[in-house]
Write a protein that binds this ligand. Structure first.
Ligand SMILES: NC(=O)c1ccc[n+]([C@@H]2O[C@H](COP(=O)([O-])OP(=O)(O)OC[C@H]3O[C@@H](n4cnc5c(N)ncnc54)[C@H](O)[C@@H]3O)[C@@H](O)[C@H]2O)c1
Length: 249
């Protein structure tokens, strides 16, 4: 498939498990990719993965919670590639795993800054650029924690429910500009974030809640992201898509 030939795609959280797999998928289907993350070393590794697969990747080290950084990664994409066609708004943090009565206030603020404010800032910066192009696609990363309650993850739960709400509102606002906005809701996926979750919740207990009895892989998430960002999903906007082994069924 070459659904992204001649297109430019920005991926945030591109040093992480899901972001890296999505970047490789987009590049493998012909996209020029702009990889954004605050983690410089991981970002370089992601660029290497994309290039080894024969793709084109430009790394931008940026903190997605800072408006100046967000504007910069969009400007860099425009300067280098001339346009942006799709945006995978994916950077996120888990925060603390703790009962809500003990949950640290600074962790709560950080989770909301990365998982909520930065998702809005990303759409705020990218939407005008997509509009100038005549339309495009945004895929936000929520979670099954944005669809149901999750004990001991008060901030993460709040933040991912917020991503679902922002996705629907943005889809309604941006439809008239030809911009589609959808969200994905993964169950635990084999990435560093799932390992962080296992500090508080045992892996066996997590898999027991998943009908397919295993975590998902980053590639399985990337396949859904690429579909939603592609023209194959031309009639799909405001959608909230699980990729969860049946966990929400
Ligand atoms: N792994 C899972 O089990 C799972 C399940 C559901 C949803 N998600 C969501 O998927 C997304 C990707 O997570 P992942 O699983 O690949 O985890 P990950 O920890 O491997 O990747 C997250 C990436 O986001 C980056 N990041 C964090 N804060 C940032 C900031 N301020 N600026 C720029 N980059 C920043 C990190 O450096 C990291 O590379 C997140 O939004 C996460 O909440 C993950």
């Amino acid at each position: 498939m070459a659904r992204f030939r001649g297109k430019t795609v920005i991926v945030t959280g591109a040093a992480g498990g899901i972001g890296r797999a999505a970047a490789a998928r987009f590049a493998g289907e012909g996209a020029r990719t702009v990889l954004v993350d605050v983690a410089a070393a991981g970002l370089a590794d992601s660029v290497a993965v994309v290039e080894r697969a024969g793709g084109e990747a430009l790394a931008v080290e940026a903190d997605v919670t800072r408006w100046a950084d967000v504007q910069r990664y969009v400007e860099v994409a425009l300067t280098r590639f001339g346009a942006v066609d799709a945006f995978f708004n994916n950077a996120g943090v888990l925060g603390a795993v703790s009962p809500l009565v003990d949950y640290p206030e600074d962790a709560f603020d950080r989770v909301l800054a990365v998982n909520v404010k930065a998702v809005w800032l990303g759409m705020k910066a990218v939407a005008p650029v997509l509009r100038a192009r005549g339309g495009g696609a945004i895929v936000n990363t929520a979670s099954i924690a944005g669809l149901r309650g999750t004990p001991n993850l008060i901030a993460y739960s709040a933040s991912k429910h917020a991503v679902v709400g922002m996705t629907k509102s943005a889809a309604l606002e941006l439809a008239r500009h030809g911009i589609r906005v959808n969200a994905i809701c993964p169950a635990p996926i084999e990435t560093p974030m799932a390992q962080a979750l296992e500090v508080g919740v045992k892996r066996d207990r997590l898999t027991a809640t998943i009908p397919l009895r295993r975590y998902g892989t980053p590639d399985e998430v990337a396949a859904l992201v690429a579909f939603l960002a592609s023209d194959e999903a031309a009639y799909i906007t405001g959608g909230i898509y699980t990729v969860d082994g049946g966990a929400m069924a």
